[in-house]
Design a binder for this molecule. Structure first.
Ligand SMILES: [Zn+2]
Length: 63
């Protein structure tokens, strides 16, 4: 009777803590295109445990 294993908790992208009610946030960062050999801006929707973590993650992307 261990049905809990079917539930996979989302993990916070920033701190890695599992969260049952993830906060989705659009994160804009720069990635390097190996084919074109230049940087480009990408937008990803990632899950976080809180708005604060989303803010920290976005800040770390902006450098
Ligand atoms: Zn977090």
């Amino acid at each position: 009777m261990d049905q809990q294993q079917n539930v996979v908790a989302a993990k916070c992208t920033y701190c890695g803590n599992p969260t049952e009610a993830p906060v989705k946030a659009k994160i804009i960062d720069q990635a390097y295109d190996n084919v074109r050999r230049k940087k480009y801006v990408r937008t990803r929707e990632l899950e976080f445990c809180s708005r604060a973590c989303a803010g920290y993650y976005q800040m770390s992307c902006e450098g």
